[in-house]
Design a protein around this ligand. Structure first.
Ligand code: CO8
Length: 262
């Protein structure tokens, strides 16, 4: 009997876990099975101590993900679309809030839900043939997996309106100038670029990275005074950790070693 290919593939490269959306014949358009599989793979990657960084990419040379499956959307009534939207939002929120850093390795089209998934990651590393759009408005719909909120947070209101209200597709080069892309690489160098970033991130104390990310994520959600309180509380918790003590002691040891040799 023909076995369906797994909707998400997982591969380990040192401290980096790469999750690949695997529906290349449909440009990796999302299905409920794909979202459920992504959820399960995230559970696994988050529970695995050896995994320090999670990257998401798309199968094939053309697309990261072309968004939600339009064939399915067409058949949905409003309650089904609402439930579908909540499932997508849950996936985006998990990535946005995940304790481990996340990288979208964008290797082609990142459209609609695919763009939302990329924006939910901490970093976007894009190949020079990638492009980004929210085409929903051209379908008389709108982003529903957190796009309106994440786009504003990541690129500012004016730029987010340009994407959401025009439906226009922008090249990776244009998007780099918009400020939400961490790095651009030629398609054949994309994985190396992601690995370099992952190596940098994995070298830091994971608890410090997690605390800093949580504090950063609250910026813009809280008034400044509450945001500063949140930051101070996380600073204090992090400061009490063995990792922070070791980091500070290491710096002092280097300084005193330099004094002895000079
Ligand atoms: N859904 C389903 N199938 C898709 C999708 C999609 N989003 N995108 C591409 N495909 C399929 C095509 O139908 C085609 O299948 P087949 O070979 O069986 O005909 C295959 O993928 C290859 O696509 P094309 O032949 O169209 O490839 P091209 O290179 O000619 O064009 C494009 C590539 C420009 C990316 C084109 O496929 C396209 O415009 N796709 C649609 C993109 C889009 O509009 N995405 C947004 C979807 S809506 C969304 O994501 C909203 C999420 C939140 C809403 C939640 C509400 C519940």
């Amino acid at each position: 009997m023909h076995k369906a290919p797994p909707p998400v593939l997982a591969a380990q490269h040192g401290a980096l876990r790469v999750l690949t959306l695997n529906r290349p014949d449909k440009l990796n358009a999302f299905t409920p099975e794909m979202l459920a599989s992504l959820d399960a793979e995230l559970d696994d990657a988050l529970a695995d101590e050896a995994t320090r960084v999670i990257a998401i990419t798309g199968s094939g040379a053309k697309a990261f993900a072309a968004g939600n499956d339009i064939e399915r959307l067409v058949e949905m009534d409003s309650p089904a679309a609402y439930r579908d939207m909540l499932a997508g939002q849950r996936a985006m929120l998990r990535l946005h809030e995940s304790a481990k850093p996340t990288i979208a390795m964008v290797n082609g089209y990142a459209l609609g839900g695919g763009f939302e998934l990329a924006l939910a990651c901490d970093f976007i590393v894009a190949s020079t043939n990638a492009s980004f759009a929210f085409p929903e408005i051209t379908l008389n719909t709108m982003p529903g997996w957190g796009g309106t909120q994440l786009a504003v947070a990541k690129m500012g209101l004016a730029c987010a309106k340009r994407f959401v209200m025009s439906g226009k597709r922008f090249s990776a080069q244009a998007c780099e100038a918009f400020g939400f892309i961490h790095a651009l690489a030629a398609p054949e160098a994309l994985f190396d670029e992601v690995q370099q970033l992952a190596t940098t991130l994995a070298a830091f104390d994971p608890f410090a990275v997690e605390m800093a990310k949580r504090a950063l994520n609250r910026a813009g959600e809280l008034p400044l005074s509450a945001g500063l309180d949140f930051e101070a509380a996380h600073y204090a918790v992090n400061f009490a950790s063995e990792g922070a003590r070791a980091g500070l002691r290491h710096f002092m040891a280097r300084k005193s070693a330099a004094t002895v040799t000079s």
